[in-house]
Design a protein around this ligand. Structure first.
Ligand code: ZN
Length: 271
């Protein structure tokens, strides 16, 4: 398998300075980059996007907006303002997509949080459209239902995207969050049929997982059948980037060039 559709999230090689990472990505044959804000801190958003494109790579998405729910109405308004700013930053980067980690507020039901998420997304659609930046709801593993996301299955994400009914709102499917779901094949098919499959993130679930946030694995080293899920995704007609998104104290401690070589190898062999 070649690397024509390989995208890497900047956070995956977090210890590397941004310019160094882009040189190394381009040399390794990476074709797409999803940008986390820290990566753009030095150069600013416009120059960050330009630097990526000057390396013959595409800006695939900007991560991440969301966190809409809150108990107080003024906090919900502030979150909408944050997301409007993030949409402007995405446009400066030249990113076609803003990924949403939708949020959850302890102290209210997940259902209330979901209602607020939908209202928040609907409030920012006009800016998304004006900026030419689409929005992707990313369902998160249920272990994050306390504070990170009240949207925990692809079914919930599909239902919300179908209810919102805007060509600017779709879904990011991430193997780490969704691999365990007995409905996954069907929900991926449904997502594709409704033209809602906007992004595909991959990594593996380590055995055992020692940190709920920062112990993601390389494809092939854990419990997830990444090639099977990729097959389901591609059966829908999805031909976009395959995005490697790994947060890992273990890998951040390594020599990042060695890690990058392992990513490319794992991508070719286990995705
Ligand atoms: Zn993801």
């Amino acid at each position: 398998m070649n690397t024509d559709r390989l995208c890497i999230h900047t956070i995956t090689t977090k210890p590397w300075p941004f310019e160094k990472a882009m040189d190394a990505f381009a040399k390794a044959g990476v074709k797409g980059v999803s940008v986390w804000p820290e990566a753009a801190q030095g150069l600013g958003f416009k120059a960050t996007g330009e630097l990526i494109r000057s390396h013959k790579m595409e800006v695939v998405s900007y991560c991440r907006g969301g966190f809409f729910p809150a108990l107080e109405v003024n906090k919900r308004r502030m979150s909408i303002d944050d997301n409007l700013r993030l949409l402007d930053e995405a446009a400066e980067l030249g990113a076609p997509l803003l990924v949403l980690v939708c949020g959850a507020a302890p102290g209210q039901s997940l259902e209330s949080s979901r209602t607020q998420i939908q209202a928040g997304i609907e409030a920012i659609i006009p800016r998304a459209e004006a900026n030419g930046v689409k929005l992707a709801i990313e369902p998160l593993h249920p272990m994050y239902a306390d504070t990170r996301s009240a949207i925990n299955t692809l079914r919930q994400a599909n239902e919300m995207a179908e209810a919102i009914k805007s060509s600017w709102v779709g879904i990011a499917v991430d193997t780490y969050h969704l691999w365990w779901d007995p409905e996954l094949e069907y929900q991926i098919q449904r997502c594709g049929e409704n033209n809602h499959l906007f992004a595909f993130h991959i990594c593996d679930w380590r055995l055992p997982t020692e940190d709920m946030l920062n112990d993601r694995g390389l494809m092939g080293e854990g419990a997830i059948d990444v090639p099977q899920i990729r097959k389901w995704v591609e059966t829908t007609g999805y031909d976009g980037f395959i995005e490697v998104e790994i947060f890992s104290h273990r890998y951040w401690k390594m020599d990042q060039q060695v890690f990058l070589n392992q990513i490319v190898k794992a991508y070719k062999k286990h995705s």
